[in-house]
Design a protein around this ligand. Structure first.
Ligand code: PAY
Ligand code: ZN
Length: 306
């Protein structure tokens, strides 16, 4: 059928991804609705979908591709979306159908296009800050403890926090969209690569704040489930302890500002052998094991009363 025609043995351009989202909304018009979550400096839309099988389910927000070069992130998000629509597996059907999903494969479309046309290793947005330096790190630009550690004030740096919180039209417009649906979702998952980590807030301190123990317990089940299929090993813990101090991320913003107790960031495959250049043969296995982990994550979250 047309739904399975999206090719998961290759990476795709932004146009191909957006066309597929439009096609899915036509083919599954009862369940899939295209959403415009924001806009970019170069004038593109930040396109996503709402996937829903039943009215008024609790919602989960899925973010991919905030860093342009992390191609396995949009690919994995698209894989999950397609599995939610087509899988016959009981666990996957159960997960797909008991929540409303807000799914955005690319939070940084200008950067993603630039990695296809010009520089495969581009990370940031594309707004010029000087004649030589472009873009800020969209995962350092959100307005929670902005630029208070693990971010740079230099426009040429890879982790440039921006000139002020939400200096990028991408993060500003997305934050307005998220504000408009803030009561419709209770959990938030962002996908990055690489390092094989499942992290949660906060990035500004290694202290175990708020429901750390609960997020640790839930993420432990998720990484155990992830390892089962192919033996892929993940570490879990808060951002500052597990990778490094970082501020202004979506993961922290969603918990810090909206008090959502379930906010997670995946660092997908691998551990550096290929790094950002993960071979396309690994898209499907990465998608499969990540979906296994999401099933376990939300089953465990339910046991914790979510
Ligand atoms: O909140 O996700 C977070 C912070 C950690 C990530 C970040 O720097 O935003 C970690 C890096 C990333 O995915 O961007 C890890 C990769 C390997 C990198 O570029 O350092
Ligand atoms: Zn990243």
């Amino acid at each position: 059928s047309r739904s399975t025609s999206f090719d998961f043995t290759n990476y795709h351009t932004l146009d191909e991804i957006y066309k597929d989202l439009d096609d899915l909304a036509k083919q599954y018009s009862n369940n899939v609705q295209v959403l415009i979550g924001g806009k970019t400096y170069e004038g593109r839309q930040i396109k996503g979908v709402k996937l829903s099988f039943k009215a008024n389910n609790p919602g989960i927000f899925i973010e991919g591709g905030i860093h342009a070069r992390e191609w396995i992130s949009p690919a994995t998000v698209m894989f999950i979306l397609h599995q939610f629509l087509t899988s016959n597996n009981t666990d996957v059907r159960n997960l797909a159908e008991r929540y409303d999903w807000y799914i955005f494969p690319s939070f940084n479309p200008d950067g993603y296009v630039y990695t296809h046309t010009t520089n495969r290793m581009w990370r940031k947005t594309r707004k010029p800050y000087s004649s030589l330096c472009f873009g800020s790190d969209p995962n350092r630009n959100w307005n929670y403890r902005w630029n208070t550690g693990g971010a740079s004030s230099s426009p040429c740096a890879e982790t440039y926090a921006g000139s002020e919180p939400f200096s990028e039209i991408e993060t500003k417009s997305l934050s307005e969209f998220i504000e408009s649906i803030k009561d419709k979702f209770y959990a938030y998952i962002s996908f990055h690569s690489y390092s094989q980590l499942l992290m949660f807030p906060y990035g500004h301190t290694t202290n175990h704040l708020e429901n750390y123990d609960e997020e640790y317990a839930i993420s432990s089940k998720a990484v155990a489930a992830l390892a089962k299929r192919y033996g892929t090993k993940y570490q879990n813990g808060n951002i500052a302890e597990t990778i490094y101090v970082a501020t202004g991320s979506t993961c922290d913003y969603i918990k810090g500002v909206y008090k959502k107790q379930l906010s997670f960031t995946y660092e997908l495959r691998d551990q550096g052998r290929y790094g950002f250049l993960l071979p396309p043969e690994q898209i499907i296995p990465t998608g499969e094991e990540t979906l296994d982990s999401l099933v376990a994550l939300f089953n465990e979250a339910e046991k914790h009363g979510f």
